[in-house]
Design a protein around this ligand. Structure first.
Ligand SMILES: [Zn+2]
Length: 242
């Protein structure tokens, strides 16, 4: 194989590995989006449950406040009866004073019961808006899943086709490259296994200057790994054409 042929083949392998990397990246992004949307739905559901629990506590509070207010009203009525049966002016004045105090207390208990009721109304609104968030999260997840169902076979086909091209290109790799190539793929992963020589002297992966002797050997089609980062180096075709 001439230097130019090696250069073309290595460049092809480099591009195919990048395409495989892109496909993997697309698949990973889809998976992450799915996880994110699922988590969003779960959290929206948890929020509805939490708000319903809060509402139950508020309802108990309303009951308690209403009971207190009813008791207050009963007390007030009893005092009123005592007032009517007062035997002396002094007793009458004392009861009247108690009635004034208890009337204020009864009013504030009734107010507290109303405040507690309005807290329940507010909780109802919050529950409604949380339920809407659940619906919207469900809708987002549903529509993403249908997009996923369309894209998954496309990705799978892309991957099969690209992997096929990779196997084909690898099968054309000269014998003396095979060991270094598969070692680099194993060590760095496909996408990072090969490094083009940039500006005719620098390793495209770690940017170190490659010794001129090595560059010349690479140009003539010999396998060489970068002495610094270990990537299998190749001369990009446009350079070797010069
Ligand atoms: Zn390097």
């Amino acid at each position: 194989m001439t230097g130019k042929e090696v250069s073309l083949l290595m460049d092809e392998l480099h591009r195919i590995h990048r395409q495989i990397g892109d496909i993997n990246h697309r698949a990973k992004r889809l998976k992450q989006t799915l996880l994110g949307l699922t988590a969003e739905l779960e959290s929206a559901k948890a929020s509805v449950k939490e708000k319903n629990d809060d509402k139950q506590k508020l309802l108990l509070d309303v009951k308690e406040k209403e009971r207190e207010a009813a008791l207050g009203a009963q007390n007030l009525q009893r005092r009123q009866e005592q007032l009517n049966m007062a035997k002396s002016d002094r007793e009458y004045q004392t009861i009247k004073l108690q009635i004034e105090l208890e009337s204020k207390k009864s009013d504030s208990l009734a107010d507290a019961a109303l405040v507690a009721l309005s807290a329940v109304d507010k909780a109802d609104e919050e529950i409604k808006s949380s339920e809407k968030a659940v619906e919207s999260a469900q809708e987002k997840l549903r529509s993403f899943k249908s997009k996923l169902a369309e894209e998954t076979p496309v990705l799978k086909a892309d991957m099969e086709r690209t992997t096929g091209r990779l196997r084909n290109a690898e099968s054309r790799l000269p014998h003396e490259f095979a060991g270094l190539y598969s070692g680099c793929v194993k060590r760095f992963g496909g996408q990072e296994s090969l490094a083009p020589i940039v500006d005719e002297v620098y390793c495209g992966s770690c940017n170190i200057q490659v010794p001129l002797d090595d560059v010349l050997k690479i140009q003539s089609g010999s396998p060489f790994c970068c002495f610094s980062c270990g990537r299998l180096l190749f001369m990009p075709p446009q350079r070797s054409n010069e």
